[in-house]
Write a protein that binds this ligand. Structure first.
Ligand code: ATP
Ligand code: GLU
Ligand code: CYS
Length: 526
């Protein structure tokens, strides 16, 4: 443990400061496909009883009309975040007419690309812009990849904690820039150590053969419909999954917020030859928002993002440039098909300790090839993290995954201890010990457990459908209270009204709206 971490921990552990750690905020976004009773992609529209996908604050769609996304409020206690997520699932299950929520990250057997429905958001300009953006994603990456579902874990530290540390360290920058620099430092450490999360929580070692659409691959055949890699942890986060070769040259610099936003600003303003050749319109119809490397900053598929809540109509990068970093969005987590919510409190507790370690440990700039080393470690673990004796690269040296993981977990232990002292329990240490057990015995990892289930003779579809049915029963057996259901019904009708108002008051033409949206980020002060 570095002196810096030790000093920060000592200060955090002082009685007057302990409550600060119970003010961290946690928000979860969970995606899942809607499927029919046979595990085939539901081709029905977004269920009307779930409200407007454009304006509902907690229930929307991601890429496809059939890809639901549930969003919780930010809560101080992750148990409340998970309770919010649980209620959303219960409400949704009360409205699904015989359909199920697909339990794993990797998609069910998919129809041909043309049949996969892109999400629709109505006739308002922002609704149409979201649709055209998704048409662009189909053109660039194909709809199949966009049917992958993930868990995004959003986390922040209270501003008072940052200012406590800023004063203790005699840093004289303005508070906003100091806070942003600390979140960017967290992200650099996350780039260094997030391979550990793939080993511990990756849960996509296998996929339905149709996902490959006949492309060449190095996967092995488990049965007539299932492809896998024996030691994979997360094919979702591998080069076969939610990644893009067009973006491979992007890896924005995480030295500071300005260089990060600059990298993205450049990417949304730099034409990409293949996309230029396709053009923005075909037969007068929009098919992508522009022909740049990224249509908008959301298209950058990184494993973590610095974030700031946006004002209405504001773009993510405008918010970051104007008000600095407010929280981080961890985007690399698979959905655990054994868990009704895809994530549980043990995982959330560990993530908190892990993220605080990334935030408080020394975080030198990534240089001298360390960026490439981080990427190669990450990609190695997603494809063969459970291989016995696997070696990773650390400061140019070979180190076994197991020994580095054990060392990292011991470095994280003091963060778990101070979180427990702040909460008055042992939940974080217990969560950390559960991860240590997985390092000692890889059969305890979710990816190993998925493969163990498949190797009992179930196909990917049979396994995933069985889990989906079990979770449906779990949610349906404990319906919402009348008061909870009424709250959801009210938010549904409010969302429908908001969309109708947006559409009724729309002005100007769509082409000018797109042009203004594109210009809004290019005009940003450097
Ligand atoms: N200060 C914060 N700390 C932690 N989590 C936060 C904070 N502010 C917002 N969140 C959480 O971040 C998530 C934001 O999700 P949302 O989908 O609304 O925005 P987004 O991720 O920017 O949108 P998109 O998914 O379209 O990119 C929510 O779960 C919310 O609770
Ligand atoms: N579906 C993607 C994320 C979609 C998005 O960029 O929000 C995932 O598996 O995480
Ligand atoms: N959420 C994904 C798919 S729409 C993105 O923003 O790119």
């Amino acid at each position: 443990m570095s002196d810096l971490l030790s000093r920060r921990l000592h200060q955090l552990g002082e009685r007057a400061n302990l409550t600060l750690l119970s003010q961290c905020l946690h928000g979860i976004e969970r995606e899942c496909l809607r499927v029919d009773g046979n595990g085939q992609l539901a081709l029905t529209p977004h269920p009307q009883p779930l409200g407007s996908a454009l304006t509902h604050p907690q229930i929307t769609t991601d890429y496809s009309e059939s890809l639901l996304e549930f969003i919780t409020p930010a809560e101080a206690n992750p148990a409340d975040t998970l309770s919010d997520l649980d209620q959303i699932h219960r409400f949704v299950y009360s409205k699904l007419d015989g359909e199920l929520l697909w339990s794993p990250s990797m998609p069910c057997e998919l129809p041909d690309e043309d049949t996969i429905p892109i999400a629709r958001y109505g006739s308002s300009h922002i609704g149409e812009l979201k649709y055209v953006y998704r048409k662009g994603l189909a053109l660039r990456y194909g709809k199949t990849m966009q049917c992958i579902a993930g868990i995004h874990y959003n986390f922040s530290v209270p501003e008072a904690l940052w200012s406590l540390q800023q004063q203790a360290e005699g840093n004289t920058r303005n508070a906003r820039d100091y806070q942003s620099s600390r979140y960017i430092a967290l992200i650099r450490n996350f780039r260094r150590y997030s391979w550990l999360l793939m080993y511990l929580f990756g849960a996509s070692p296998a996929l339905h053969k149709g996902f490959m659409r006949g492309r060449p691959h190095q996967l092995q055949e488990l049965d007539a419909e299932t492809l896998y890699l024996p030691y994979a942890t997360s094919l979702r986060m591998s080069d076969l999954g939610y990644q893009s070769s067009a973006q491979s040259g992007l890896t924005p610099c995480y030295n500071d917020l300005a260089s990060y936003t600059d990298s993205l600003r450049q990417a949304v303003a730099t034409p990409y030859p293949e996309y230029v050749a396709a053009g923005t319109k075909k037969d007068g119809e929009w098919q992508q928002l522009n022909t740049n490397i990224l249509q908008i900053e959301n298209e950058y598929y990184s494993s973590i993002r610095p974030k700031r809540v946006t004002y209405s109509g504001e773009r993510p990068i405008q918010a970051l440039v104007a008000r600095g970093v407010q929280y981080v969005e961890v985007r690399c987590l698979d959905i655990n098909p054994f868990l009704p919510l895809g994530i549980d409190l043990t995982e959330a507790r560990f993530l908190d300790a892990f993220l605080l370690y990334c935030a408080f440990e020394e975080s030198p700039l990534l240089q001298n090839g360390e960026c490439g080393q981080c990427s190669s470690n990450f990609l190695k673990v997603v494809k063969e993290g459970r291989r016995p004796g696997l070696h990773l690269q650390r400061n140019g040296e070979q180190v076994t995954l197991q020994s580095w993981a054990e060392e990292l977990l011991e470095n994280i232990r003091p963060l778990a201890e101070v979180l427990d002292r702040s909460n008055g329990d042992h939940a974080h240490i217990e969560a950390l010990n559960a991860q240590l057990a997985k390092v000692a015995d890889s059969s305890l990892t979710p990816s190993a457990q998925v493969l163990a289930a498949l190797q009992k003779g179930q196909t990917f579809t049979e396994f995933a459908l069985k889990q989906s049915q079990l979770h449906a029963e779990y949610f349906r057996n404990q319906p919402l209270t009348a008061e909870q259901a009424a709250r959801f019904e009210s938010s549904v009708s409010q969302s429908i009204q908001e969309q109708a108002e947006l559409e009724a008051t729309e002005q100007g033409d769509f082409d000018n709206f797109v042009a203004a949206y594109q210009a809004s980020i290019l005009a940003l002060a450097v």
